[in-house]
Design a protein. Structure first.
Length: 495
């Protein structure tokens, strides 16, 4: 059992960015879960649960191991929480008739992913993200969300397994599996054929500043002024390449409250005035003893025209969950900084270029954040981040996958600006148009063509995932009883 569960976990891990292949081998995801299905044929519930547990723990221990240097305790806890999804899947798996099982399996997988996302307030990875760097496959997310990509990938896994397991229904299974691939790729290539114009009447130019400051240095208050000077120099270099409409500094580019520190405020404002264009700056703002992870928009005169405070904080990093559990976390050695969450979406108006949205760091892992902001008639989005904590390219790529999926889901371009990591421009089809090399100080000028109108997913949200959940409940309730009744009658007949 352990061999098959570990094999499924290893194949699934390799389909995501990993230590051997930083961009992953996404084609493996289409067969990676097949060994797990073999184990789930076991009539023993305890054996099925054990299979799901081994698969989940091994897979997520591997896929998030880049988090270990940052917080080993947090890594262990995150692994356990993420592993709840395959455990729930294994618990509800039943050997229904093949034509039903072929669709029950991917629906159940999606339902379990959806419930886990609700548990984690959206901060979660689903199987569909393994395909983030395969543009034709992920276009369906613009209509039904990333859960639809998970559904198709798992459906093909189920089709591969059932073709081997049930020769009687092989034609039906092959037709359904191949049909799903054809439909997704057909829609994908059609969507990619509608290439948005790189330059349009409403397009704008943004300067992305990537300073590559060591994350540990950013917490040293004596070095903040030097970091501001460093980013001011990079900004001037960027301005020499052309006059942008906006200059963007990354998450906590100023790791102190420059709005309260007159010396820092003067230095920042002088830089903005000299440039003569608006600046969007990631900063740590203080509110009493608490911090806010914020984005500040300064107009060309250096005056504040908007502030956004990060709404979704990272548990065990930016805050500890409250209540009685907090004492347990402290005993386990889990510590966090004391950040205060914001309560309003990150929406800014750029004169002459309309409205855009801002998210900070991990917020791009939460689909609902982008969907809420896209409802406010935005044309593009910015992600400010600091991925300097992650020492492996795999961690950087996994974070990038989320931004790619958010761009596709909402059909808007996304500008990522990292302290270090992947600074890039992603178009509404999820293609990386321009990017800077990670792990070095650099700047880039990106031309952004704002999106036109809301996507279907932006309008309906996770209706597809909810439909999968409802389908699972109905099938499980209706067929489970009939199958158990059939078994009882067969056993009575034998006796």
């Amino acid at each position: 059992m352990i061999f098959f569960a570990a094999a499924a976990a290893l194949l699934s891990y390799l389909s995501f960015p990993n230590v051997l292949f930083p961009r992953g081998l996404p084609f493996l995801a289409w067969v990676s879960i097949v060994p797990l299905f073999v184990l789930l044929e076991n009539p023993s519930l305890s054996r099925r649960l054990m299979a799901g547990c081994v698969f989940g723990l091994v897979f997520y221990a591997l896929v998030t191991q880049w988090l270990i240097p940052y917080s080993f305790s947090g890594y262990l806890l995150l692994t356990i929480i993420l592993a709840l999804q395959p455990v729930l899947f294994s618990f509800l798996y039943r050997r229904f008739p093949t034509p039903i099982l072929l669709f029950y399996v991917p629906a159940l997988w999606v339902a379990a992913e959806f419930l886990r996302a609700l548990l984690m307030s959206g901060f979660s990875w689903n199987t569909g993200l393994s395909q983030a760097f395969v543009p034709p496959v992920i276009q369906v997310a613009g209509a039904l969300g990333s859960f639809a990509v998970s559904f198709v990938v798992v459906l093909v896994n189920a089709a591969v397994y059932l073709c081997w397991k049930d020769a009687r229904h092989r034609t039906f299974v092959l037709t359904a599996g191949a049909g799903a691939i054809v439909l997704v790729l057909g829609y994908g290539y059609h969507a990619l054929g509608d290439r948005p114009s790189a330059v349009s009447p409403g397009s704008l130019s943004v300067c992305a500043v990537q300073p590559n400051i060591d994350s540990l240095e950013k917490t040293d208050p004596e070095k903040v002024a030097g970091h501001v000077r460093q980013q001011a120099v990079l900004s001037r270099e960027c301005l020499e390449k052309g006059r942008p409409d906006l200059v963007i500094w990354p998450e906590t580019a100023v790791s102190s409250d420059f709005l309260q520190d007159e010396t820092l405020k003067s230095a920042v404002q002088e830089t903005v005035r000299a440039a003569g264009v608006p600046f969007l700056i990631g900063a740590a703002l203080f509110e009493g003893a608490l911090n806010r992870n914020s984005a500040v928009l300064l107009d060309r005169s250096g005056d504040v025209s908007g502030i956004y405070h990060k709404r979704y904080l990272v548990p065990f990093s930016e805050y500890l969950p409250g209540g009685r559990l907090q004492r347990i976390f402290e005993i386990l050695g889990l510590r966090s900084q004391s950040f205060l969450a914001g309560d309003k979406p990150g929406l800014f108006d750029l004169p002459g270029h309309g409205r855009f949205a801002v998210t900070i760091c991990s917020e791009d892992t939460i689909a609902s954040v982008f969907r809420d902001e896209s409802a406010e008639d935005i044309g593009w989005a910015v992600v400010l981040l600091n991925d300097g904590w992650f020492r492996q390219d795999a961690g950087l790529m996994m974070h990038l996958q989320n931004s790619v999926m958010r761009a596709v889901e909402n059909r808007i371009p996304v500008v990522r600006v990292a302290n270090t990591g992947v600074t890039c421009l992603i178009d509404p089809r999820g293609r990386i148009v321009s990017s800077l090399s990670p792990n070095r100080g650099d700047t880039g000028v990106f031309t952004v063509a704002p999106g036109r109108g809301r996507s279907l997913y932006g309008k309906i949200g996770d209706v597809f995932a909810v439909f999968c959940l409802g389908f699972v409940i109905i099938i499980f309730v209706l067929l489970r009883g009939r199958i158990e009744d059939g078994r009882s009658k067969r056993e009575d007949g034998k006796s």
